[in-house]
Design a protein around this ligand. Structure first.
Ligand SMILES: CCCCCCCCCCCCCCCCCCCCCC(=O)SCCNC(=O)CCNC(=O)[C@H](O)C(C)(C)COP(=O)(O)OP(=O)(O)OC[C@H]1O[C@@H](n2cnc3c(N)ncnc32)[C@H](O)[C@@H]1OP(=O)(O)O
Ligand SMILES: Cc1cc2nc3c(=O)[nH]c(=O)nc-3n(C[C@H](O)[C@H](O)[C@H](O)COP(=O)(O)OP(=O)(O)OC[C@H]3O[C@@H](n4cnc5c(N)ncnc54)[C@H](O)[C@@H]3O)c2cc1C
Length: 666
């Protein structure tokens, strides 16, 4: 905010009962992370190249070219200022525009790192790090996305020339969707069925050059282009999601990523001791980053809706005094505050998931693979529930802002349009929950075998207790006890998984059973993942959290998140007998009183996200709350208002107004 400018939300900020600067540190993860983030946010906001207020007005071609300009400028600044990787990734975050660079850094580089041998990494990574080649992740095809084993592109080994022949045998085998592929990438990690000596060996990644490094023309045998406009104006259309076909394209044998499986000069196929699932490792990595993205997108929407709800007034004027701020309506609070709590919950669970991922990656380097199934289940499940909740929440925030939320300059429509594909990409959310369900059912089925469940399923080791325990909640206050809450969540989750396993056992064919019970399995998986989020929030509170009143606020938010989920899924808690209807009602009483505690802190709690006005790009979410004059000014900037009488008046409006109506009755 400019120095000396009026702050229409100052009154809201004065009621805060905690130290906002300390909360900023907790949200950012550390004082260092906050400092870096703050510096990079200012760097981006002060640079006119990164302007984004005109984005929705640009044609696709203009938008795309502007994205290229921003990406090139960002890279120039990163090199000139010698920014660290951490700083560079914050620059990307605040530039706030999907671009080919996301796939280059976010998937192409990690695919080579995770699936390439040492020599392959040494050859390709330096080129990729300097952006002397630009890569994408070409897995999905027109006919198959979720079913990776169903991909049709082939990679046939030719022992005569020591090459692979990459080919698209059918229309449905055309690569379809990869970001950065359509117009920019020079290379791809393309996934194809490996065929050696007439035998199939499953789907593997191959580094394929697509375009000339001299004139950017597609290489012989490559057909490549953009797949067309996507949902929403502006939004994800800055990305060149592409289509790609191979017509017997030859690549050297050493361009197959060979960490998991090697093909020798003689055409021998050698399986290393690395599990086949590591071919899916890049997806595990990205799913983990998507959980962190969910907390960012959600906090952004909540920041806009909270500030605006404090500015907006409707009804309730007493004796000519001001009307009621809409944030004071209990209905507004019961819709908004759980989303605020969810933003914090997702932030902390993503922190934990990142540490789990780092730990698993270190173990994989040492040849320890036992934690891979847990890492897969956690990343898949948390990606699924956090993105679904965030997509719904952004739309809810739009509604919380009434009519003005529908204006593009509220920032919410574009945020929604950019965000919703997260429910689909990197694994459709239902398909991913089914993966979690398989993991849970397997864990339950092994309970009797003496195998002790560990990690996030450790609670299943107490199945005997959890299957029959009764919650001892007697008052609304009892619901503030984390142990009581966690036990109710554990009982609900375990009982749902056990019920699924029991029902599955009734089917002679387990796969048929799994297919028939899929809807129940998805619910059991979601219950398990919600338990993880709740537990990790409570565990965060065990840490030393400095700053006046900060921990107290987080305690309130953790209870709000847990009790909101309980209230929303009350049917599960009741039908599994994890709590009684009376206890459910007490949870709701507690939730109401927690909302009242959040109310004086709401604006400060969203200030703690430390978002600049540039990043929020929302008239409704402005830091200073100066909404109405800005809305009014912005309206006049619309190109439709360039002329008082619109184009088309002479052709279409005037003749209409001047028409002779023959039949007066018409
Ligand atoms: C310095 C400068 C810096 C500059 C700074 C610049 C910085 C910029 C940085 C920007 C960063 C931004 C980030 C990127 C942005 C992203 C944007 C979005 C892009 C979106 C990309 C995509 O959209 S890309 C395509 C994703 N497409 C899927 O997501 C397919 C889903 N489909 C499957 O994933 C499989 O198809 C599916 C269902 C598992 C069945 O696979 P299947 O049939 O083979 O397997 P089964 O089900 O039979 O399972 C057999 C056994 O494998 C186990 N298992 C399965 N998966 C496993 C796994 N992953 N890990 C371990 N284990 C796994 C399973 O648990 C079973 O285990 P068990 O046998 O023990 O039970
Ligand atoms: C914006 C965007 C960017 C993308 N970027 C990339 C990229 O860079 N690289 C890349 O390779 N791919 C990319 N993709 C593709 C993406 O990964 C796939 O679209 C995604 O994995 C979903 O697969 P699908 O399209 O085949 O969906 P489908 O599987 O066809 O889903 C259709 C419906 O079927 C249901 N369904 C499917 N299988 C099952 C099942 N077994 N049980 C129950 N229900 C089922 C789903 O729940 C869904 O409701 C991108 C997609 C989008 C939208």
């Amino acid at each position: 905010m400019e120095v000396g400018a009026p702050d229409y939300l100052a009154g809201e900020r004065q009621t805060a009962e905690f130290d906002v600067e300390s909360m900023k540190v907790t949200w950012a993860g550390s004082r260092h992370a906050l400092e870096v983030s703050d510096r990079m946010a200012r760097l981006v906001a002060s640079d006119p190249v990164f302007r984004k207020d005109n984005r929705v007005m640009l044609s696709r071609k203009e938008l795309f070219k502007n994205t290229l300009r921003k990406a090139a400028h960002a890279w120039k600044r990163i090199v000139e200022l010698r920014l660290t990787e951490e700083e560079a990734s914050r620059v990307r975050f605040f530039v706030d525009e999907p671009a080919f660079t996301d796939l280059h850094w976010g998937m192409f580089v990690p695919a080579i790192k995770g699936q390439g041998t040492e020599e392959q990494q040494q050859k390709w990574l330096p080129l990729a790090y300097k952006m002397q080649i630009i890569g994408c992740y070409a897995q999905t095809e027109l006919g198959h996305g979720s079913n990776v084993q169903g991909l049709e592109t082939t990679a046939t080994f030719d022992p005569k020339t020591d090459e692979f022949i990459i080919h698209s045998p059918t229309l449905t085998s055309s690569k379809w969707w990869p970001g950065g592929l359509g117009k920019v990438s020079t290379h791809a990690v393309a996934y194809a069925r490996l065929i050696v000596d007439g035998q199939e060996h499953g789907v593997h990644g191959f580094i394929v050059q697509l375009r000339s490094l001299d004139d950017h023309m597609p290489l012989p045998g490559i057909t490549v282009g953009d797949i067309g406009m996507k949902f929403g104006s502006g939004a994800y259309n800055s990305m060149d999601n592409g289509v790609l076909r191979f017509d017997n394209v030859r690549i050297p044998r050493d361009q197959m990523l060979m960490r998991v499986l090697q093909v020798t000069r003689e055409g021998k196929v050698i399986q290393s001791d690395v599990p086949r699932q590591l071919i899916y490792g890049t997806m595990v990595f990205v799913r983990q980053t998507i959980v962190a993205d969910a907390s960012c997108a959600l906090s952004r929407a909540v920041c806009i809706a909270t500030r605006y709800s404090a500015v907006r007034r409707q009804f309730g004027s007493q004796n000519g005094g001001p009307e009621t701020q809409v944030i004071d309506y209990k209905t507004q609070q019961s819709r908004l505050f759980p989303l605020l709590a969810s933003a914090y919950a997702f932030r902390f669970v993503s922190e934990w998931l990142k540490s789990l991922y780092t730990d698993v990656t270190e173990k994989l380097q040492r040849g320890e693979f036992s934690t891979l199934p847990e890492a897969h289940a956690c990343t898949a499940g948390l990606k699924s529930i956090t993105t679904s909740a965030t997509a719904d929440a952004i739309e809810e925030c739009r509604k919380l802002c009434g009519g003005h939320g529908y204006l593009a300059n509220s920032g919410l429509p574009e945020l929604f349009a950019v965000y919703v594909p997260a429910c689909t990409y990197e694994g459709d959310n239902t398909v991913l929950l089914l993966q979690v369900a398989r993991f849970l059912v397997k864990t339950v089925s092994q309970l009797g075998s003496g195998k002790v469940p560990v990690g996030t399923t450790a609670y299943m080791g107490r199945a005997r207790h959890l299957i029959q325990c009764k919650s001892n909640v007697q008052s609304a206050e009892d619901w503030l006890n984390p142990q009581v809450v966690v036990e109710a969540f554990e009982a609900r989750s375990l009982r749902m998984s056990v019920a699924c396993a029991e029902n599955l056992a009734k089917f002679p064919n387990p796969e048929e059973g799994f297919a028939q019970l899929a809807a129940d399995l998805v619910e059991a998986a979601a219950a398990h993942c919600q338990l993880i989020v709740v537990t990790k929030f409570f565990e965060k509170l065990q840490q030393d959290i400095p700053g006046k009143g900060v921990k107290k606020q987080l305690q309130i938010l953790s209870s709000v998140y847990a009790l909101y989920i309980l209230h929303k899924h009350l049917g599960d808690f009741l039908s599994t007998g994890s709590i009684t209807p009376k206890q459910g009602a007490l949870a709701n009483d507690q939730l109401r009183s927690l909302y009242s505690k959040i109310r004086p802190n709401a604006v400060a709690l969203v200030d703690a996200f430390n978002y600049t006005d540039h990043y929020l790009s929302s008239v409704l979410g402005r830091y200073d709350g100066n909404v109405y004059p800005t809305l009014y000014e912005e309206a006049w900037k619309d190109p439709l208002n360039d002329s008082v009488v619109p184009d088309g008046y002479q052709e279409y409006i005037r003749p209409l107004l001047k028409q002779q109506i023959r039949n007066a009755r018409l």
